[in-house]
Design a protein around this ligand. Sequence first.
Ligand SMILES: Cc1ncc(COP(=O)(O)O)c(C=O)c1O
Length: 370
Amino acid sequence: MQFIDLAAQQRRIRKQIEANMQTVLDHGQYIMGPEIKDLEGQLAQYTGVKHAISCSSGTDALLMALMAYDVGPGDAILTTPFTFVASAEVIALLGAIPIFVDIDPKTYNMDPDKLDREIRNPESEERHLKGIIAVDIFGLPAEYDQINSIAKRHGLFVIEDAAQSFGAEYHGRKACSLADVACSSFFPAKPLGCYGDGGAVFTDDDALAEKMRSIRIHGKGSHKYDNARIGINGRLDALQAAILLAKLDIFPEEVEMRQKVAQRYTDGLGSHGSLVTPFVPDEMRSVWAQYSILAEDEAHRTQLQEKLKAEGIPTAIYYPTPLHLQSAFENLGHKTGDFPISEGCSQRIFSIPMHPYLSKTDQDRIVDKL
Ligand SMILES: Cc1ncc(COP(=O)(O)O)c(C=O)c1O
């Protein structure tokens, strides 16, 4: 059994993928070929956002967004410690300081009350708070109505880290349209993934879009050798865009298939008292990048994972160590106990196979073993 079965999806659309790749081989425009514009148009239309700008990865998408806001040494950006390292890594990379805010115990996303408290923390006066990176963990959007209004009150920008949530919904709006800028990833295992690294930034703001387009290509100005600012080599390959175009055709259907798989898990596991299944608030729709469950404690999790492994059922832990306890962020001086909800989740959480092509038989086996 596969944790994410990309081969099943490929069997469905292999011909289209090959045809799209063939087109790139024929025209030879490997960098910024016509597939890029086509993809960006379709991404903008799907998410309902004015500008979708493809780029080389979800990490570079976050970097481009922060650079567009001129984040640098002395600035501080709020984010959660219960996420993939990239969400905070890009902050540190620019010489700014990540300020962690603990998560909501039910959604595992940034807790807006704690965000508000952290901003009001008297120490904040010395920290030059500039913005917030809220993460849509496991494919579920964070609480943007609250986060955006807190940000507005304090003059902060909000970046939606939608690396895991392309295809999710929040109060009738699509993920990637929920903050000032959104950043998504097309890493192969993501709900919409290419066959290598890829990503995109999304915004309705014309000026910010223009700046991010420039940053994506070495800070390009009016022509190729006019460098208006410091940028990066952040383009998406035309070949990856060609693959994404084939996948986008079936993506809305796959999102529905993901809902069915998730619902079957929740129906099957919900009655098992010792496991906590994912919570989805009203008027939200996860895209189920992961289906993650809380065991009673670390020992219980190990026991369940071993039981499943013995049956050939793969599991994974996202994330075993919250970022504030990672060596990479040692300089921030955090210790165990600083973000107890994130720490508790890291000890208890594990994810089970999740993809649109998971069969009922396989799901029944997983539910039965758990
Ligand atoms: C929450 C989050 N942010 C950022 C990233 C970075 O995306 P990429 O791997 O495309 O650089 C990921 C990827 O796993 C992620 O899960």
